[in-house]
Design a protein. Structure first.
Length: 398
């Protein structure tokens, strides 16, 4: 059955001239930012009004008219509304509330750079987003409205990347890199492409979700010019895949830009196998590979949005075998304090005896897998020859 992606029909209170509505700069300029802005378009629940009173203590609020139009005007449990609307629950201490849950400050050798893995680094080119999601893991940095890294911060970041020959990949993040105009973004991409050892550029963005008008022909051409550029989108719910979003993703895919999606499991938003399956199938149909299904990080004010590891594994197990491997996202938890990602998967092993391991598959089939003896699979390896081939292929130095 062919999938259909409904065109967004804005609520009356959010309607604008079509020419303005389709202008991404109008969407960002017209963002809802205050309690008064939201009260004009939503009937606020008591816990939401309480959330606005504590914004200075947690995280600011901002939402494009486009994304606000996806949320229910009256239902506070609406999944999109839970992503964009502040809540008094954010003010509670919670089981684990960390200002910097991933230990990024400790892994920031110079401003705007996070370097945790040997071959790749994050470049925080801006601290601005067009929508401030309530589960944001980078509240210690995002939302200060300093925008593009400038002056010495930018130069030091670029110098750091140039000086690390082992770096093969740079991930543009923030904030959202696509909140930058084409000019500043072109400068960043061009500067990175001038570094010989940088092979891959990733762009982590939620703009195709919250402001798909940003994906203009000019932007697509700019990204394509600096290939290989991988676009990492961030859809969390099937309702975010509107006709506008589908057209944006199609334009990027048609230009040959690889697309991957990273979702976050969120309580009351998408923590059900049917929702994850619907999202993954729709994304795959649009040539977006469902890449990660992240456990929500324990940033401040997120306890009400976090699922348990057990519940997340239950969702993953129910998807196993019922969802194509192409559409299956990798369930992962980021170890707090900078420990990096740990993949989570259902455990299908039920017994061991000698070299035999017994498994029960997703459909209940039980069988043994017997490993061959060590003597049959191991032979001496010419280490120097092996390393020589590896260096020739990768360009690595001895």
């Amino acid at each position: 059955m062919k999938l259909h992606f409904d065109d967004l029909v804005p609520r009356d209170s959010l309607r604008a001239d079509p020419a303005l509505w389709g202008d991404w700069t109008w969407q960002t300029r017209s963002a809802l930012r205050t309690r008064g802005d939201f009260e004009r378009h939503f009937e606020l629940a008591p816990h939401e009004r309480e959330g606005f009173t504590g914004l200075g203590d947690v995280f600011q609020v901002r939402c494009t008219p486009y994304y606000a139009a996806l949320a229910s005007r009256v239902e506070p449990l609406d999944p999109i509304r839970r992503i964009l609307m502040p809540s008094g629950l954010e003010l509670l201490a919670g089981a684990q509330a960390m200002p910097d849950p991933l230990g990024e400050r400790a892994n920031s050798p110079v401003p705007r750079i996070i370097h945790r893995y040997p071959d790749r680094a994050l470049f925080l080119v801006t601290d601005t987003c067009s929508v401030y999601c309530r589960y944001c893991t980078r509240k210690h940095f995002t939302g200060n409205d300093h925008a593009l890294a400038r002056g010495s911060d930018y130069d030091r970041a670029l110098s750091y990347l140039k000086g690390r020959a082992g770096l093969r990949e740079v991930i543009l993040s923030g904030g959202d890199p696509l909140t930058l105009g084409d000019g500043p973004l072109a400068r960043v991409l061009s500067d990175l492409r001038s570094i010989e050892h940088i092979e891959i550029i990733r762009v982590g963005t939620r703009m195709p979700v919250v402001c798909p008008m940003r994906v203009t022909p000019e932007l697509v051409a700019l990204l394509k010019k600096h290939n290989p550029v991988y676009v990492m989108t961030h859809f969390n719910h099937p309702r975010e895949l509107t006709g506008e979003a589908a057209r944006a993703l199609t334009a990027l895919a048609d230009a040959g830009l690889p697309l991957f999606n990273q979702m976050v499991l969120l309580n009351g938003v998408n923590n059900h196998p049917a929702i994850v399956q619907a999202l993954s199938r729709r994304l795959l149909y649009l040539r977006v590979k469902p890449y990660y299904m992240h456990q929500c990080d324990p940033s401040e004010g997120t306890d009400h949005l976090r699922t348990s590891i057990e519940d997340s594994l239950g969702i993953q197990r129910e998807l196993w075998g019922n969802l194509s491997g192409l559409a299956m996202p990798n369930l992962s938890v980021d170890i707090p304090e900078g420990g990096g990602k740990a993949g989570l998967a259902p455990d299908f092993e039920v017994a061991r005896a000698g070299r035999a391991r017994t498994y029960v598959g997703w459909d209940g089939v039980r069988a043994d897998y017997v490993s061959p003896g060590e003597e049959t699979i191991r032979k001496p390896i010419d280490v120097e020859s092996y390393l020589g081939e590896w260096r020739a292929l990768t360009g690595a130095k001895p």
